[in-house]
Design a protein around this ligand. Structure first.
Ligand code: NAD
Ligand code: UD1
Length: 359
């Protein structure tokens, strides 16, 4: 007689804060497809709850709603965080790990409203870590940013490069990384922590059904180009043509949102089989592209014209910034695969198919 052996697959439950946002929604989709259960906590300050319908649809999973719990709330609400952990335990699905996206991210807004940034980003993270500790949940992935490096001394930027943020938003991300450093040193607790320092996330889901739909007006390059392409803005203003670069415009490391989302899956899989550690990882392609290169590629792959003019440099901009991503490549089962052409094509597809976002 042949005995069949059955493996019991126990689904892990992940709390995704800010899971309705741009990066959170794409990551949530991949998490579901990988078999994780999700609890999404979002205040919808900068996102639309309708995105959950798209996540469900794109997952192609039958009765997927049973695997997503959507909670409207604020990351600063410690009582709510405690209730979420309790609720998960009562339902026999204790939270195994947290991916922490929730936060405020506009550089210009952070200079006008510093209290909000310190409170939401830093205090919100402290409360989350406290509740996690109380519930013996010690596994977390945090959305950090390349902005913490400030003006680079050497390129490409390595994880050991100087941390020298030049704006309030960057200061709050750097402060959270410091908190992670202190927390990870507590010997009696077995924290497993990864901070992902994103470079410039752009693009959309290749189907065009999910993308970036900010409620707070963005001043980033890709959303702006898309709005010019669709006729909502007259022309792109390129901030400076006299930078010390090959064509005079700034250079950045743009990374496709699906590659970025995949880096979270790889980080989670890595952490779930690790003992305690703290890793800081650059998440970029390692390739710098100029603003003019972006405009030309966007025009070419989408067969349209982006009117533009050169204007004064934007305050706080830096000439060149791109990642050394070798550390992430060596630790994670991950590498970016999407091209700049993909980023331009998918951004435009999303914008064209959803001129009013999820509304
Ligand atoms: P996003 O604004 O689309 O997503 C953030 C989500 O958090 C939104 O859904 C928003 O409603 C929610 N949120 C905001 N304040 C909250 C609060 N107090 N409580 C609960 N939810 C709250 O932004 P994103 O681009 O998806 O960025 C996600 C994370 O990655 C942020 O922490 C951001 O700082 C970081 N990051 C983003 C970029 C980028 O270019 N997009 C670059 C580097 C780092
Ligand atoms: C900006 C933030 C950074 C944040 C990142 C998130 C600043 C100074 N930096 O980075 O902290 O982590 O967004 O994605 O705000 N550009 C134009 N015209 C436009 C918009 C942008 O020429 O209308 C240029 C900018 O000068 C820059 C490049 O395009 O050289 C990319 O800009 P953006 O998308 O705002 O990203 P960063 O400046 O790299």
């Amino acid at each position: 007689m042949v005995r069949k052996s059955f493996t019991l697959t126990i689904m892990k439950t992940i709390l995704v804060t800010g899971g309705a946002g741009f990066i959170g929604s794409h990551t949530s989709l991949l998490l579901l497809k990988k078999g994780f259960n999700l609890i999404i906590l979002d205040s919808f300050l900068n996102s639309n709850p309708k995105v959950i319908e798209r996540i469900s649809e794109l997952s192609g999973i039958k009765n997927v709603q049973k695997r997503i719990e959507l909670i409207k709330g604020d990351i600063r609400d410690q009582k709510l965080l405690e209730r979420i952990f309790d609720f998960a335990k009562i339902n026999n699905n204790p939270i195994d790990a947290v991916i922490h996206f929730a936060g405020l991210k506009s550089v210009s807004d952070s200079l006008e409203n510093p209290f909000d940034y310190w409170e939401v980003n830093v205090l919100g993270t402290i409360k989350l870590l406290q509740v996690m500790e109380k519930n013996n949940c010690f596994t977390i992935i945090f959305s950090s940013s390349a902005t913490i490096y400030g003006v680079p001394k050497d390129l490409p930027l390595k994880e050991i490069s100087d941390i020298n943020p030049v704006n309030t938003y960057g200061e709050t991300k750097a402060a959270i990384e410091k908190i992670f450093r202190d927390v990870s040193k507590v010997k009696s607790k077995k924290w497993r922590m990864i901070t992902l320092r994103y470079f410039n996330p752009v693009g959309a889901h290749p189907t065009g059904k999910m993308g970036e739909d900010p409620l707070i007006e963005p001043n980033n390059l890709f959303p702006y180009i898309s709005q010019v392409a669709i006729g909502r803005k007259e022309k792109l203003r390129i901030f400076g043509n006299n930078w010390p670069t090959f064509d005079g415009t700034c250079i950045r490391d743009y990374i496709h949102i699906m590659d970025l989302a995949e880096s979270h899956i790889a980080s989670l899989e890595f952490l779930l089989k690790s003992s305690s550690l703290l890793l800081n990882l650059n998440i970029g392609t390692g390739i710098g592209r100029s603003v003019l290169e972006i405009v030309k590629t966007f025009e070419k792959v989408n067969n349209l014209v982006i009117p533009y003019s050169f204007v004064e440099r934007r305050e706080g901009d830096i000439a060149v910034n791109y990642a050394d991503n070798k550390k992430a490549l060596s630790f994670l089962n991950w590498r970016p695969i999407y091209t700049l052409e993909d980023m331009c094509r998918d951004s435009w597809k999303w914008q064209k198919m959803n001129p009013n976002g999820y509304k």
